[in-house]
Design a protein around this ligand. Structure first.
Ligand code: DLZ
Length: 158
C-alpha cells in the first residue's frame, strides 16, 4: 500500500508479543539526521511501549545508509541480539546515486536477515523530498520508526 494512504504509526496490537526479554540493535544513519533522529525516537518509544527495557536496546550510528548492511551484519552475528532495526533516509537527488544506494541497502539488509536467520528490519525512507521524509518521520503520515519497531516485534512473534 502506498504510504500516502497509510499512517505508519497505526497498527493493530492485538497479537503483538511482550518483548521484555528481547534484545534489539538499532542502527541509525547520520545522513539527514533531522529525519533519522525522529525515526530512531519513534522506534525506541515503540519498543519501550511493548515492554523492551532500555538496557536491552543497543544503538549504533553509521555515516550513511550505504553502511547500514555491514553494521547490521556486525550486530546480527551477535548471539544475544534478537532483532536489528536499520534506520536511514535516502533522498532522491539529481543523479542515479539514489538508485545505487537504495538498491544496495535494500539488498544488503535482506541478505543479512537471511544469513543470520533473524529479523533485520528496513526502516529506511526513500522519498523524493525532505518534506516527504518529514511527513513520514513523525509528520502527517506517522513515523516509519514506529512501523519498523512493530515489524521487528511481529517477526519475533512469528
Ligand atoms: C553520499 C550520500 C548522499 C548523496 N545522499 C545520502 C542520503 O540521502 N542518505 C544517506 O543515508 N546517505 C547518503 N549518502 C551517503 C552514503 O550513504 C554513504 O555513506 C557514502 O556514499 C559513503 O559510503
Amino acid at each position: 500500500m502506498a504510504t500516502s494512504l497509510k499512517n505508519l504509526s497505526q497498527y493493530d496490537d492485538a497479537n503483538l508479543i511482550e518483548v521484555a526479554d528481547k534484545k534489539f540493535g538499532i542502527i541509525v544513519s547520520e545522513w539527514n539526521d533531522e529525519v533519522t533522529e525522529s525515526l530512531y525516537n519513534g522506534a525506541l518509544e515503540t519498543l519501550l511501549t511493548h515492554g523492551a527495557s532500555r538496557e536491552n536496546i543497543l544503538r549504533k550510528n553509521v555515516p550513511g545508509s550505504f553502511e547500514l548492511p555491514l553494521a547490521a551484519q556486525w550486530l546480527a552475528q551477535r548471539d544475544e541480539i534478537d532483532a536489528v532495526i536499520c534506520i536511514g533516509c535516502v533522498i532522491q537527488g539529481e543523479t542515479r546515486h539514489f538508485d545505487f544506494i537504495c538498491q544496495a541497502v535494500a539488498q544488503g539488509i535482506t541478505d543479512v536477515g537471511l544469513k543470520y536467520n533473524k529479523p533485520v528490519i528496513f526502516g529506511v525512507l526513500t522519498p523524493n523530498t525532505q518534506q516527504q521524509a518529514l511527513d513520514r518521520a513523525g509528520g502527517k503520515h506517522g513515523n516509519k520508526g514506529d512501523e519498523a519497531a512493530i515489524t521487528a516485534i511481529k517477526m519475533l512473534g512469528f
